[in-house]
Ligand binder design. Structure first.
Ligand code: SF4
Length: 482
């Protein structure tokens, strides 16, 4: 059963300048989509809302949009359903940015050796119930090394904006000077509120995350593909300087960065960003960062995080900005719609978003992404957001990619139990063949592909630098007869 959001349909709760009203008709927009004409923002709004004159989503019109998107998917990429064998190695949950949709971060004060008086949260052994962490570069290297031996192709690393992070030692010296500290990093005068740079020296923290360059170099082990440094992290890696994004990403590429996750995009319309993530870079900053990565030859993904306070016009304006960026750079390998998960977020706690998108909205988001982004080849269905059943349904709404195995440190440490969000290659084979499509292991950039024969088990990754087809984790033995 889909998720229900009985109120706020159409999405009109916030007093935004941009409203989902157009002069276009649904039928005209659908005809353009079927013909393969480039869609305007008005066309996209008609399709994603199934016609703005109608209160809520028209189920018959929705099916026609999904059909058009599924046909476009088949014409563009055929019947393959791709996935990548990857590891998540997030370096730290310490973050002071305070995005209202986020339940990943922990206030960075909780990570300090001597937390400020009155601090009550964070991984300080003070009774709080979350599992905040920071890893050193050495720890990151060990985790990735272990996963590479298991056969993974890619390490994906996205982290909180730890105040001690700097791009490299040259950047640290600039931040230290601005903070009024010393090159060795005393704590005096390094209050991030005072500098406005969100910087404190690593000596102030229980665990030193090192620099971004050190972390990337550490994860660049055994030929693995390093997918890291979102635009927001790149902005953190140049704070307090006039360095270009191109220069920052060039330095990171030299250290071993291979591709860039286009997360932190949320909704690329500033009036929405001001509500949900006011401390983040603005739309222009995000686009500049992505262009900077492309300028040094790094390919990227792009995302949208929808289903919170934004309306249908914002969603399509976002698509238009991604499409224009791709026209300029050609660097975007895939687009990933991320449905907002509202539980335990400040947006939910404050009554600003009591629920996420409905299943109908999710399907239309995937379908209109496929139809609108005529220059992005791959559209991803995020099974961790949609769940298995709906995640598979998205593969007939315009999506062709089903994420990655998402091996995690937990799994590499405790292979055989507590898999969490892990998905094995064998599970991919089962899921994808069940809907009559072909499971295909891919590289991050989609250039390498291996179609999997479902009649030839065992199924393990084969594209990673040390992959040999062995399953990533040992399947717990099941007693005969069970
Ligand atoms: S910057 Fe990232 S980790 Fe920090 S609060 Fe925002 S979404 Fe969460």
């Amino acid at each position: 059963m889909g998720r229900h959001r009985p109120t706020n349909v159409p999405r009109d709760r916030f007093d935004f300048e941009h409203r989902p009203a157009t002069d276009q008709s649904f039928e005209n927009a659908l005809e353009k989509a079927r013909s393969g004409d480039r869609l305007s923002v008005a066309d996209g709004v008609e399709l994603i809302s199934t016609g703005t004159e109608f209160e809520g989503i028209d189920p018959r019109r929705k099916e026609r949009v999904l059909e058009a998107a599924d046909r476009r998917r088949a014409e563009t990429v055929g019947e393959d359903v791709t996935f990548v064998a990857n590891l998540n190695n997030n370096v730290t949950t310490a973050c002071n940015t305070g995005c209202l949709f986020c339940n990943f971060k922990d206030p960075a004060t909780g990570f300090e050796d001597d937390p400020p008086t009155g601090h009550t949260g964070g991984p300080t052994g003070d009774g709080s119930d979350h599992d905040g962490f920071t890893k050193t570069p050495t720890e990151s290297r060990e985790i990735v090394r272990d996963a590479v031996e298991r056969g993974i192709y890619e390490v994906c690393s996205v982290s909180g904006l730890h105040p001690a992070f700097a791009l490299d030692e040259a950047h640290r010296a600039i931040l230290e000077a601005a903070a009024g500290g010393t090159a060795t990093g005393t704590a005096s005068g390094t209050d991030p509120d005072a500098t406005g740079l969100n910087y404190k020296p690593p000596e102030q923290y229980r665990t030193d995350p090192g620099t971004y360059v050190e972390q990337i170099a550490a994860m660049n082990v055994g030929g693995v593909h390093v997918h890291s440094m979102t635009p927001e992290e790149a902005a953190h890696a140049r704070r307090g300087t006039d360095w270009s994004y191109e220069a920052v990403y060039g330095r990171l590429a030299d250290a071993g960065l291979d591709t860039v996750p286009g997360t932190a995009a949320e909704i690329l319309v500033d009036e929405v960003r001001e509500v949900i993530c006011p401390a983040k870079i603005d739309t222009r900053g995000w686009l500049d960062a992505m262009a900077g990565a492309a300028a040094v030859g790094l390919e990227t993904t792009a995302t949208i995080m929808y289903g919170h306070v934004e309306n249908e016009m914002h969603r399509v304006m976002h698509l238009e900005r991604v499409r224009a960026l791709q026209d300029r750079t050609g660097a975007i390998t895939e687009f990933v719609p991320l449905s907002f998960v509202h539980h335990d977020t400040p947006l939910n706690d404050r009554g600003m978003a009591e629920a996420g998108a409905t299943a109908d909205e999710d399907e239309l988001m995937i379908a209109v992404s496929r139809l609108f982004l005529d220059n992005v080849r791959n559209i991803q269905s995020s099974w961790v957001k949609y769940g298995d059943e709906q995640g598979l349904k998205m593969l007939s709404c315009g999506a062709n990619d089903l994420m990655g195995t998402i091996l995690s440190e937990e799994i590499t440490k405790r292979a055989g139990g507590g898999f969490g969000e892990f998905r094995s290659v064998a599970e991919y084979v089962d899921l994808v063949t069940a809907i009559g499509r072909t499971p295909v292991e891919r590289s991050t950039d989609y250039r390498e592909r291996r179609a999997i024969d479902p009649d030839d088990p065992p199924f393990g990754p084969t594209l990673g630098p040390e992959a040999d087809g062995t399953p990533l984790v040992d399947t717990p033995s099941v007693p005969a007869g069970d």
